[in-house]
Each structure stands twice: as structure tokens, then as C-alpha cells.
Design a protein around this ligand. Structure first.
Ligand code: COA
Length: 389
């Protein structure tokens, strides 16, 4: 039985800051951000968006009545969750009006969590072929104003329906995964900003990729020439390129050119959104699928990395007419309708956070065009609104 990605939805907040302008404000050369890091624009999340609303808005785009009935498992992958106990999946389940007879859980392992969710979903569908699973990768990446990680912030979510007979991509076997307890990036429970050892993190990302790729080749008998493209977890778009370059000499010239060209296409959306942590790999896949017509049956490699650290390499096969099941026009509109904010405005929005002393607050939700928004807090409970219901 084929199991894989049947639908992919995406959401990013309605504001962004231009990386050239951020560079000027931070007194660095713009090329450092646009070429050295590889980012052009960075999504800015208003206080009315959090990991729950981003995920729910991404899912809203793809869920129909049949999905509402058949989804019996919601997996919320995030490293910017809103509660230490209750899962974000339960809120999304309610906001979307899903079948009550469903499981709903949150999964955490830095940027790797949505990949764990997809593989769990695959197992669930293998045992329950009629089921559909909603997997969410949703995050707001915050390092802080004037920090070295600031240029790699971002916000957004990817939602995927995993099912039997998928219409977009079948997930293949021969996954290779790797865990090692390292401190390259972490966020202690008391902090709303991440800590990162940037250079170490870059080194470990590449090391993990090299290790899983070597084992994958042995296990599968496949090589670079068998991959139409490789999509990477993209904390920033230069990162995957650094990893890809370490293996390119294994391939003949034409394969090298193909992989490099497809890599660039796979960074299109990420370059204008920034890091969305758990969803970043799947945003890269979406960029590739929506910005190039690939042949049905093409094999796509996927490298997932979550600091701390867990890495995984796996592959998928594009299904017949897969492009008909993508929302290309919808995503183009989402990008076109965003509004640029100045660096000063971004700084003000960045500092506007929820109260941490238990006091109530109410936000003006009319300023946020998203369908699902956070309207405030009441009695220590986040208040969510689906404007369509
Ligand atoms: N023109 C072009 N490139 C330039 C440049 C210029 N004027 N100035 C600098 N650069 C390049 C550097 O050469 C470097 O490229 P390289 O890495 O290929 O050598 C790149 O820009 C970044 O410069 P660097 O000095 O390393 O930046 P930094 O110390 O400010 O930190 C990160 C960059 C990415 C390490 C930092 O933003 C970070 O830690 N981000 C978070 C990383 C993360 O998300 N980790 C999670 C793991 S997945």
C-alpha cells in the first residue's frame, strides 16, 4: 500500500521585514544577509499569531469535510508550543472542527518534530488504511533583537494530510535516522528566545547529513543520480547548500547541475519567510513542487535536522499529476498580500508579547487578516477565534 503526503497547506503571517534594511539597521553589509545567509525577507508574526493559529491557518487551507471526518490523529510538531502540558493539537482539532474520535498530541525535538510526526503518521495509516493523519510543523523562530541569530528568524506553518494512496508524494522505505546528545541549539523552559552555538550547529548539521547519507546509500543501493532533487531543513537558505556541496563530487556534472538548480528552486519560499523550524524542510519541498514542473515518478530526497540533535534522511516519489493537488495560486496570493514593515515597526512588534503574570489582555484582531487568530488571554487561558465560525 502506498502511504504519503496527500495534501500540503502553508501559512505565514501578513508582515515581513526586508533583510537589506535589517542589515543597514544592524550595521552589516546587506550581502551578508542576502548572500552569506541567503535570506531576502523575514516573516514577522503579530501578537495575534502563535504556533496554534499558524498551524490552524495552514490546515484550514487544505481540510475539507471528508478530511474532517477521516482525520483520526493530529500531530502538532513545534518548538514554540504555548503550554507545557496541553498539546497545541487539541486547540487545532477544535478550531478546525475535526471528528471528536481522534488522537491529538504534540511532538518535540527541535526542527525534527514534524518529520517524527510524518513517520508516526505513516505507521498509523499502515495499521489503519482508512485513516488520515494531520501533521503540523509550526513555529515562530525568535533569537532576539541584535543577536547573531536575528537574521535567521521567521514564522509560519506547514500542514500535511498523510494517507493511503496519496496524491502528492509517496513516502519510500530505507529511512536512516541518527541521534546524538549535543548542545548546538536549545531553549530552556524559562526563556522565550532560543540559545544557539551557531558555528557548532552548522558543523553538526553537515556531519549528521554526511552520516545519514552514507548509511542511506548502503541501505538503499541508491546514489545522487537517483535523486531528482534533495530538499533540506533550511534554518536559512545557505545552510542546505553547504551540506549539499559536501557530497556533490560523488555525482557526474549533469547530476550536480540538476541538484544545484533544484536546490535553488527549493529555497524560493524559505528565502522570503525565514526559519520556520519544524516546517522549514516541508516549506522547501513545497517551494520545489510549486515552482518547477517535475516529472511524475521523480524521487525527492529529504534531510531533516533538529538540533540537540536528531537527523533523518528519507525519500519520496512524486505521484501522477501531483501539481493539480497543490495550491500554487493561493500561496502566490499569500506572498503578494503581505505588507512590508520597517525595522522600527518589526522591533516594536517583536517586543509585544503576552503577559507572563497571569493578567488578562484583549487584542485588536481586526488588524490581523488571518482567519484564525489569538484574541487575548482570560483567566490564564489563550482565547482563539476562527472568524469563519
Ligand atoms: N557578502 C557575502 N557574504 C558574506 C558577507 C558579505 N559582505 N559577510 C559575511 N558573509 C558570509 C560569511 O562568509 C558566512 O558565510 P559562510 O558561512 O559560507 O562562511 C555567512 O555570511 C555568515 O557569516 P558569519 O560571520 O558566519 O555570521 P554570524 O556569525 O553572524 O552567524 C549564523 C551566522 C547562521 C551562525 C547565525 O545567524 C546563527 O547562529 N543562526 C542560527 C542558526 C540555526 O538556526 N541553527 C539551528 C540549526 S539548524
Amino acid at each position: 500500500m502506498k502511504i504519503g503526503i496527500d495534501k500540503i497547506g502553508f501559512y505565514t503571517p501578513h508582515m515581513f521585514v526586508d533583510m537589506n534594511k535589517l542589515a543597514v539597521a544592524r550595521d552589516v553589509e546587506p550581502e551578508k544577509f542576502t548572500i552569506g545567509i541567503g535570506q531576502s525577507q523575514m516573516a514577522v508574526a503579530p501578537v495575534t499569531q502563535d504556533s496554534v493559529t499558524l498551524a490552524a491557518n495552514a490546515a484550514l487551507e487544505i481540510i475539507d469535510d471528508e478530511d474532517r471526518d477521516k482525520i483520526d490523529f493530529v500531530i502538532f510538531g513545534s518548538e514554540s508550543g504555548i503550554d507545557h502540558s496541553k498539546s497545541g493539537a487539541v486547540y487545532v482539532h477544535r478550531l478546525l472542527g475535526l471528528n471528536p474520535n481522534a488522537r491529538a498530541v504534540e511532538v518535540k525535538q527541535a526542527c525534527y518534530a514534524a518529520t517524527a510526526g510524518i513517520q508516526m503518521a505513516k505507521g498509523h495509516v499502515a495499521l489503519n488504511p482508512e485513516s488520515k493523519v494531520l501533521v503540523l510543523g509550526t513555529d515562530i523562530a525568535r533569537y532576539g533583537l541584535n543577536t547573531s541569530g536575528e537574521s535567521t528568524q521567521g514564522a509560519g506553518a506547514v500542514a500535511m494530510v498523510i494517507s493511503a494512496n496519496p496524491r502528492i508524494m509517496e513516502l519510500e522505505e530505507h529511512n536512516v535516522y541518527l541521534t546524538n546528545d549535543i548542545m548546538d541549539f536549545w531553549r530552556p523552559i524559562y526563556s522565550d528566545k532560543a540559545f544557539v552555538d551557531g558555528k557548532f550547529s552548522n558543523e553538526q548539521y553537515i556531519l549528521f547529513f554526511n552520516k545519514v547519507w552514507e548509511i542511506y546509500k548502503e541501505k538503499s543501493g541508491l546514489e545522487l543520480k537517483d535523486m531528482e532533487a534533495i530538499c533540506f531543513h533550511l534554518p536559512y537558505t545557505k545552510m542546505g547548500l553547504k551540506a549539499l556541496r559536501t557530497v556533490l563530487d560523488e555525482a557526474p556534472e549533469d547530476v550536480r547541475e540538476r541538484l544545484l538548480e533544484n536546490y535553488q528552486i527549493s529555497t524560493t519560499y524559505n528565502r522570503n519567510v525565514g526559519n520556520i523550524y519544524t516546517g522549514a524542510l516541508y516549506l522547501s519541498l513545497l517551494s520545489l513542487l510549486e515552482n518547477k514542473e517535475l516529472a511524475d515518478g521523480s524521487r525527492i530526497g529529504l534531510f531533516s535536522y533538529g538540533s540537540g540533535a536528531v537527523g533523518e534522511f528519507f525519500t519520496g516519489i512524486l505521484q501522477p499529476n501531483y501539481r493539480e493537488y497543490l495550491n500554487i495560486a493561493g500561496h502566490q496570493n499569500l506572498f503578494k498580500s503581505r505588507k512590508e514593515v520597517s525595522v522600527e515597526e518589526y522591533e516594536t512588534i517583536f517586543e509585544e508579547t503576552l503577559p507572563v503574570d497571569g493578567s488578562d489582555i484583549e487584542f485588536d484582531i481586526s488588524k490581523d487578516p488571518a482567519t484564525i487568530v489569538l484574541s487575548g488571554t482570560l483567566d490564564n487561558k489563550r482565547q482563539y477565534v476562527n472568524k469563519n465560525r
